[in-house]
Design a protein around this ligand. Structure first.
Ligand SMILES: C[S@@+](CC[C@H](N)C(=O)[O-])C[C@H]1O[C@@H](n2cnc3c(N)ncnc32)[C@H](O)[C@@H]1O
Length: 356
């Protein structure tokens, strides 16, 4: 299957016009944000049947007519709006910009976390370091600094992270609980959302949330507030430190949107250590979005570009993986694939492993 459209089939004219979209992409992005944030797209939505002239929009929103005109004209180029009899109308693409949650989450993440740091991409690649992260602070990875990010960047980071996993979690609970696990170890448990889902789903299960020390306060507060004190514990570990051990006697080891935070060598090392916490009956589950395993070209496109956030900002050496890359790391670690479930939530795949 060709995930990215058939490049061999397009005409030279189409190709040249695609190239112009790329040349101006950062400007188009900012124009779209301005059209959204200044309320112009919303106003066009409210007036979708009769459209609006530029001067009416300027008056209604109390904006300078010059600025409204240049934005609307850029919006024509980006196909966010269209012009009919001197009035502007919201297009279908414009509708998705203001109404579609997935688009909003992605745009806010790019605007608030990535945009100002991405000019450091070349440097990050050459030096194998997340040079763009310096814009936010002096940490080795973004995970150490998540709790200290500026408010807007932090909000957009968590919304981006949670949006995808929140949708997937309800679908995978029955799969994970089919073996009636009593102890689940949630590795990279973040704010404790998966742990909370598990504790709500099954009254007998206990959960250990494993993460960097700076993350565990949020998980502890969420789970205590939900009344689960006594049924969960936390373990602070930096898994990049060799020898950082895993909790023992896990029936299930859970890694959701976690292994994409590491290089393939680090993944193999983490999985090897995870094996030490598993018995013959234990399962290790990996929930990931693989770029080769998507139903839509737009999903694969989003994933390969999300990889560059990892390169430039998150840690400099991880990515959204091709499923075979991750499977190869798991095999190297001594795990054997039991079951693969595709098309969960928005493009997730669940892999279940047991000790080989
Ligand atoms: C992308 S978030 C995934 C959160 C959650 N599992 C989900 O599905 O939404 C990755 C998590 O891994 C944690 N993490 C990253 N590097 C780590 C490390 N070296 N040791 C332990 N945890 C780490 C981060 O703090 C973060 O909570």
């Amino acid at each position: 299957m060709n995930l990215f459209g058939n490049q061999k089939q397009i005409s030279a004219l189409e190709a040249k016009s695609n190239a112009q979209k790329i040349a101006f992409a950062p400007i188009v992005f900012q124009a779209t944000l301005a059209l959204r944030n200044l309320g112009i797209l919303d106003l066009l939505m409210k007036n979708h049947s009769q459209g609006l002239q530029a001067d009416t929009i300027a008056t209604e929103l109390n904006l300078p007519i010059y600025g409204v005109k240049v934005l609307l004209e850029a919006g024509l180029g980006a196909e966010l709006v269209y012009l009919q009899d001197n009035s502007f109308y919201l297009s279908k693409t414009g509708y998705f910009i203001i109404k579609d949650k997935l688009t909003q989450v992605n745009m806010n993440f790019v605007a608030d976390v990535c945009y100002q740091a991405m000019p450091c991409l070349e440097d990050s690649i050459v030096n194998e370091k997340p040079v763009g992260l310096e814009r936010f602070g002096q940490w080795a990875t973004i995970y150490e600094g998540l709790s200290q990010l500026p408010e807007k960047a932090q909000k957009s980071w968590f919304e981006f992270d949670h949006f995808y996993s929140d949708i997937a979690f309800p679908n995978v609970l029955p799969l994970v609980f089919k073996s009636n696990p009593r102890h689940i170890v949630d590795v990279g448990g973040n704010t404790g959302k998966w742990a909370k889902c598990c504790l709500e789903y099954n009254e007998q299960v206990r959960v250990t949330v494993v993460d960097l020390p700076v993350q565990l306060d949020k998980a502890t507060a969420l789970l205590n507030d939900a009344g689960f004190g006594g049924r969960f514990s936390t373990q602070a570990i930096n898994l990049l430190t060799e020898g950082g051990g895993f909790p023992e006697q896990a029936d299930v080891i859970w890694m959701s949107q976690f292994l994409d935070c590491f290089s393939d060598a680090q993944i193999a090392s983490i999985l090897r250590r995870a094996c030490s916490g598993m018995g013959a009956e234990s399962s290790l589950y990996i929930l990931e979005t693989f770029w080769d395993n998507q139903q839509f070209a737009a999903s694969s496109f989003s994933l390969v570009n999300t990889s560059l956030y990892f390169t430039c900002i998150a840690n400099g050496n991880s990515k959204m993986y091709h499923s075979n890359e991750l499977k190869s790391c798991a095999e190297q670690a001594g795990l054997s694939l039991q079951e693969q479930t595709d098309d969960i939530g928005i493009g997730h795949t669940l892999l279940e492993y047991k000790l080989s």
